[in-house]
Design a protein around this ligand. Structure first.
Ligand code: CA
Length: 536
C-alpha cells in the first residue's frame, strides 16, 4: 500500500510539474518569485564513459569506485539500459540536441559531417522560452553552438592538458587539466547566473576519450595493481561475421605509442611533464626490458589502458562531486534536475577491444542517471530501453513545451516517476555508418530488444548476426543460422522492418554518410531496400 501511495504521489507530482511549466516563466516570476520557477537542468555529459567503469552499475570486475556518481544514483534513478542509436561521438551529440536519428539530423559520422546549426534543438527551444542556457566543454560538431547564452568549448576533439578553448570572442589556451577546467568554468557560470530564471547548464567533458590521459594527481592511483581481465579478452571470433573479424580496434593490433604513453601527449609542460615522465618512464623502461609479445603484450596493454582510462574516470567522478556540492552550496539542489550520461559506452577489453561503434552491449549501452527531486525515487533504477533520442523530449516536457512531432524519442517522465504500467518501447532501431577509418567497423543496422539483437552488415558484405543476451551475455556467438532460432529470426526481421518504417530510414544511405570512403555497393539496388527481404 505504501508503494502505491508513493507512486500515486509521484504521478501527481508529474502532473503538477507539467501543469506548472505550462505557464510562462514570466507569469511564475511575477506570481511567486524564484521558488515557483520550473526546475533547472544540470546536464553532465562525458565522452566514452562506460557503465563497466562506474561502481553503481556493479560490473563483476569492480574496476573502480566512483563515490560521487554512486551518490547521484543513490539520490536519483539509474537507467540500466540507455542505448544509443549510432555509437560514436558527434552523431550522439547531434541526436541529443535534436531528438532525432542521424539520417534525420544529417550528422552521420565524425569525419566529414558538420552540424546544421539552423535546425531546431532543445537548447534553442528552452532559450526561447526564457531559460538561460550554457554549454561548457566538448562540443565537436564542426559548427558553433547555437541556442546558448554562453558557450565555451574545446577546440575540435580537445586535448587533456592546457587545452585551447573557444568562445564567441575567440580561441585561448586555458592552463590546467581539461576535466578540472570544464568543472571550474561550469561552477563560475553557475555563480554568476541570473537567479530569477531557470537554467540549462551542459557540462560536457572530453574525458575519458582516447588517449586517456590522467590528471597528474591520479598517476599511479591504482598502486600498479593488476586489474581483472574480461573473460573475452582473447575472443577468437569463431562463428562471427566477417565484419567482426575485420575490426581494427584490438589491443593486439591497434594500440598506438600515444595510447601506450610511450610518447608525451599534447599540451603537457613544466612540472606536469616532469611528473608525467617520473610516472611512465620507469614503467616503460621495464616494458622495454621485458619485451612482452603475443598474449603477454595484450595483457600489458590492457593494464596500461585500465590505469589510464580509469584514472580519467576518477576525475569525472570528482567533477560530479564538485558540481553536486555546488548545487548544495547555492541552495538549489531541490530545484535542479541533474542528468549524467555519455555519448556512448566503450569496450574495456571485452572482445580484446577498446573503442565503441558496434551495436554490441558495451558500446551501445551508455550510463544514464537522473536525480529529479520530487519525481525520482532515491536509489531507484529502470531497466526499460531508453535512448538519447528521448533526452530532448524529456527536457522540453520538463519546461512544459510541446515536443515537436518530428522528434523521434519520447519524454522519460513516466519512467522517472516509477510508473510500472507506463507504455514503453520494447525495441530500438540502430544504424552506424563511419567506415572504413578509423577502426574499420562495417556500417550496420539492427534491432535491439530486451533479449536479442539482429544485425545486418551493409554493402558488399551483406552478412547478418543474431545475438541472444540471455544465453550468451558476452555476445560471442551468432545464432542467425541456428534452426532453433527460426521463429525468433522471423520476428526480429519483422521488427527491424517495422522500425525502419517508423523512423523513416528506408532510402539508400547517402555515400557521404560513411565519412572517409564510399561503401562498396551491393550487387543490386533491391538489396538496399527492405531488411525483411534479405537472405541469409
Ligand atoms: Ca564518444
Amino acid at each position: 500500500m505504501a508503494a502505491i501511495c508513493l507512486l500515486a504521489a509521484r504521478l501527481r507530482s508529474v502532473a503538477l510539474l507539467l501543469l506548472l511549466a505550462a505557464f510562462s516563466i514570466e507569469a511564475f516570476t511575477v506570481a511567486g518569485g524564484a521558488t515557483t520557477l520550473p526546475p533547472n537542468i544540470l546536464f553532465i555529459f562525458a565522452d566514452d564513459l562506460t557503465c563497466q567503469a562506474l561502481s553503481t552499475y556493479g560490473e563483476s570486475r569492480h574496476l573502480l569506485e566512483t563515490p560521487n556518481i554512486d551518490r547521484l544514483a543513490r539520490e536519483g534513478m539509474r537507467f540500466d539500459r540507455c542505448l544509443v542509436t549510432n555509437s560514436i561521438c558527434g552523431p550522439s551529440r547531434a541526436t541529443i540536441l535534436t531528438g532525432k536519428y542521424s539520417h534525420k539530423n544529417g550528422f552521420y559520422n565524425n569525419a566529414n559531417c558538420r552540424f546544421d546549426a539552423a535546425q531546431p534543438t532543445f537548447p534553442k527551444m528552452l532559450q526561447e522560452a526564457g531559460w538561460q542556457t550554457a554549454v561548457i566543454g566538448k562540443w565537436h560538431l564542426g559548427s558553433a553552438p547555437t541556442g546558448f547564452d554562453h558557450w565555451q568549448i574545446l577546440s575540435g576533439q580537445g586535448i587533456y592538458y592546457n587545452p585551447p578553448m573557444i568562445t564567441a570572442a575567440g580561441k585561448q589556451v586555458e592552463r590546467g587539466y581539461v576535466t578540472d577546467l570544464i568543472t571550474d568554468r561550469s561552477i563560475e557560470w553557475l555563480r554568476q547566473r541570473d537567479q530569477n530564471r531557470p537554467f540549462l547548464l551542459m557540462t560536457q567533458h572530453k574525458a575519458p576519450h582516447r588517449e586517456w590521459s590522467p590528471a597528474i594527481r591520479h598517476l599511479g592511483w591504482d598502486g600498479d595493481r593488476s586489474h581483472p581481465e574480461p573473460p573475452t579478452l582473447f575472443d577468437d571470433f569463431t562463428g562471427r561475421s566477417t565484419a567482426v573479424r575485420e575490426h581494427d580496434m584490438g589491443l593486439d593490433r591497434t594500440f598506438t605509442p600515444l595510447d601506450a604513453k610511450f610518447v608525451v601527449p599534447p599540451g603537457i609542460d613544466g612540472d606536469d611533464l616532469v611528473a608525467w615522465n617520473a610516472h611512465y618512464e620507469p614503467r616503460n623502461e621495464a616494458f622495454r626490458a621485458a619485451a612482452p609479445a603475443g598474449r603477454d603484450l595484450v595483457r600489458w596493454r590492457y593494464q596500461r589502458y585500465m590505469h589510464d582510462y580509469l584514472a580519467c574516470v576518477k576525475a569525472i567522478d570528482e567533477s560530479v562531486g564538485r558540481l553536486l556540492d555546488e548545487l548544495d552550496r547555492e541552495g538549489i539542489a531541490d530545484e535542479t534536475v541533474v542528468v549524467l550520461s555519455s555519448d556512448q559506452g566503450f569496450f574495456l577489453g571485452e572482445h580484446g577491444w577498446f573503442d565503441k561503434r558496434w551495436i554490441f552491449e558495451e558500446s551501445v549501452r551508455t550510463p544514464l542517471i537522473v536525480r529529479w527531486p520530487g519525481l525520482t525515487q532515491p536509489g531507484s533504477h529502470c531497466d526499460r530501453i531508453v535512448s538519447l533520442i528521448d533526452f530532448a523530449p524529456t527536457f522540453l516536457a520538463l519546461a512544459g513545451l510541446p515536443v515537436p512531432p518530428d522528434m523521434q524519442g519520447r519524454p522519460l517522465q513516466p519512467l522517472l516517476a516509477g510508473d510500472p504500467d507506463a507504455p514503453w518501447r520494447k525495441s530500438l532501431y540502430y544504424h552506424y555508418y563511419e567506415f572504413p577509418e578509423p577502426h574499420h567497423v562495417r556500417p550496420h543496422r539492427g534491432v535491439i530488444t530486451e533479449r536479442h539483437k539482429l544485425v545486418h552488415y551493409e554493402g558488399d558484405l551483406d552478412e547478418w548476426e543474431l545475438l541472444d543476451r540471455a544465453v550468451d551475455p558476452t555476445e560471442t556467438r551468432s545464432f542467425h543460422d541456428d534452426p532453433a532460432y527460426a521463429d525468433t529470426l522471423r520476428e526480429l526481421r519483422a521488427e527491424l522492418d517495422r522500425l525502419r518504417h517508423e523512423v523513416d530510414d528506408l532510402g539508400p544511405v547517402p555515400s557521404e554518410a560513411y565519412g572517409t570512403a564510399p561503401l562498396p555497393e551491393p550487387p543490386s539496388a533491391a538489396d538496399r531496400g527492405d531488411g525483411a527481404g534479405q537472405g541469409t
